[in-house]
Design a protein around this ligand. Structure first.
Ligand code: GLP
Length: 226
């Protein structure tokens, strides 16, 4: 695990977008699994700026995402479908047919999860972007999720309702992981990732076993690991 401790949210976003842009330039036909939440918004803004300056090209990029509410319509403002289109996909030249998102409108969630895993098996994720919840959740893998968990429907404890999420085992299969965290409220989860016991009580701790993980955190999120 490589840990980059930076001064603030702005630098965290810059370091993350630089890595992603370099990775796309190195491998234009890259499979990236994107994350939602407040944390990566600055990073997406930087990527869009770089795209507008011709510094990165999404014409061959294949995009996935980590999770989605269920059930939810794509038009719903709260959907991650909406989030990903608003913050990134509508603003760059990614091809529609290269966007693969978990479908919150699927009638049969089991089928949807199996199909999604099949797609990922065919297009292994090169780069997985991650945020983390204050309780150590990744995607919608809440405390209690096992290392072997797969793509599935989960009951959300920190929010109302259900969600579809890649499992911890799917996330662990990505070739490279980038995890972002900013602010004091994430410091416990970051401690769990770097120094805590590896356990399903804190799902992010499983990532310590990954061979190619880059953690980019600001000083506030890093306060318990320094
Ligand atoms: C949600 C998302 C996660 C995200 C987390 C943290 O639960 N499903 O993928 O990492 O929230 O969000 P934020 O970055 O807003 O703190």
């Amino acid at each position: 695990m490589k840990i980059l401790i930076v001064d603030n949210y702005k630098t965290m976003s810059e370091v993350a977008s630089d890595i992603i842009i370099k990775d796309i330039n190195r491998k234009p036909r890259i499979n990236i699994c994107f994350a939602t939440g407040k944390t990566p918004i600055g990073m997406y803004k930087n990527i869009v700026k770089a795209y507008r300056k011709n510094k990165v090209n999404f014409s061959k990029v294949v995009g996935f995402d980590l999770d989605e509410f269920y059930p939810i319509s794509r038009g719903d403002k709260k959907s991650y479908f909406n989030y990903m289109h608003k913050n990134l996909f509508n603003k760059v030249n990614i091809k529609k047919e290269n966007i693969n998102l978990l479908n919150g409108e699927a009638e049969d969630w089991k089928k949807e999860c199996l199909n999604y895993e099949r797609k990922i098996r065919k297009n292994p994720i090169d780069l997985q972007i991650l945020g983390v919840g204050v309780n150590g959740h990744i995607g919608f893998n809440e405390p209690g999720s096992s290392m072997k968990s797969k793509t599935r429907l989960v009951k959300l404890t920190h929010l109302k309702g259900n969600g579809l999420t890649l499992g911890v085992s799917n996330i662990m299969q990505a070739k490279k992981l980038i995890l972002l965290a900013s602010g004091k409220k994430k410091s416990k989860a970051i401690h769990g990732l770097v120094k805590g016991k590896i356990s399903s009580n804190c799902p992010v701790s499983f990532l310590r076993k990954h061979k190619n993980l880059i953690v980019i955190v600001d000083k506030n999120a890093a306060r318990l690991i320094r």
